[in-house]
Design a protein around this ligand. Structure first.
Ligand SMILES: NC(=O)c1ccc[n+]([C@@H]2O[C@H](COP(=O)([O-])OP(=O)(O)OC[C@H]3O[C@@H](n4cnc5c(N)ncnc54)[C@H](O)[C@@H]3O)[C@@H](O)[C@H]2O)c1
Length: 260
């Protein structure tokens, strides 16, 4: 048993350096907290500086937009320059584009499509592109990309944001392609597909009684939303050495949504 495991931690994270994007948000924040508790040093990235956790001994906060090349480079530079390496990347930044014009295809605007694909898919591509050379040089690493159940199955009328669905399905495809290509270099790439999770981005859905009732039906194990920590626990597992033989996996954390 390693020291980290003895303290209730998980092997293979103590002493590792991780970048967590969207770390000011519900899921990214919970992931960053779990990785710090497991003994990792974390670069916590969010474009909304006010939501970021404060810098501490084990966590460096960085206000940056990971949809940009410069934002991704700044995160990697901080990991390598200040924390001395890069072993884990969790891409949790992302969000809904409803306000920018996402919707069902016939009503989705070009702006909505571009905004969502940029923020949810291009950002993951750019962050992985920035991080991979250091992981390959180091002989391996673990990437966990946060997609969604809506990247796996249709959302019907209540979750009719089709650019969002396409962006998350794109994350799944990109991750599987990277998993096979970078496996010989020791880099694992896995995907989490959360169902509805109790974070600010889900507030609109949960405040609408018919949608909340639908979520309770779709997630029968939970009878409602997942907690951010339930998603973070799965991210921690996939980032750790406990998942050392796992790559290209697409893991729903959805209380049974996609089993129906
Ligand atoms: N909450 C849910 O029900 C749910 C379900 C499935 C998938 N997801 C996915 O989980 C991920 C995390 O979402 P959440 O629920 O924690 O939402 P959240 O709004 O609490 O957190 C998202 C965070 O990402 C940040 N962010 C967004 N774009 C960014 C960018 N380009 N650069 C830097 N930071 C950026 C936001 O500022 C925010 O703090 C997202 O990718 C989301 O699509 C969420």
């Amino acid at each position: 048993m390693t020291g980290a495991e003895g303290k209730g931690g998980i092997p293979g994270l103590a002493g590792r350096v991780a970048i967590v994007t969207g770390a000011g948000g519900g899921i990214g924040g919970a992931v960053a907290a779990r990785l710090v508790a497991a003994g990792a040093a974390v670069v916590a990235v969010d474009r909304d500086g006010a939501r970021l956790p404060p810098t501490s001994a084990a966590l460096v906060s960085l206000m940056a937009d990971v949809a940009t090349v410069a934002g991704c480079a700044a995160a990697v530079d901080l990991a390598l320059g200040r924390l001395g390496g890069l072993h884990v990347l969790v891409n949790a930044a992302g969000g809904s584009g409803r306000r920018s014009g996402d919707g069902p295809v016939h009503a989705c605007t070009d702006e909505g499509w571009d905004t969502v694909l940029d923020g949810n898919l291009r950002a993951v591509f750019r962050m992985c592109r920035a991080a991979l050379p250091a992981m390959v040089r180091a002989g391996g690493g673990a990437i966990v990309n946060v997609a969604s159940v809506l990247g796996l199955v249709g959302g019907g009328e209540l979750f009719a944001t089709h650019a969002y669905a396409a962006s998350k399905a794109g994350v799944v495809g990109l991750s599987r392609a990277m998993a096979t290509y970078y496996a010989p270099a020791g880099v694992r790439v896995n995907v989490l597909c959360p169902g509805l999770t109790d974070t600010p981005v889900a507030a609109r859905a949960l405040a609408d009684p018919p949608t909340a009732a639908h979520v309770a039906r779709m997630q029968p194990l939970l009878g409602g939303p997942a907690s951010p920590d339930q998603v973070a626990a799965a991210a921690e597992f996939l980032a750790s050495d406990r998942a050392s033989a796992i790559t290209g996996a697409v893991l729903p954390v959805d209380g049974g949504w996609t089993a129906q």
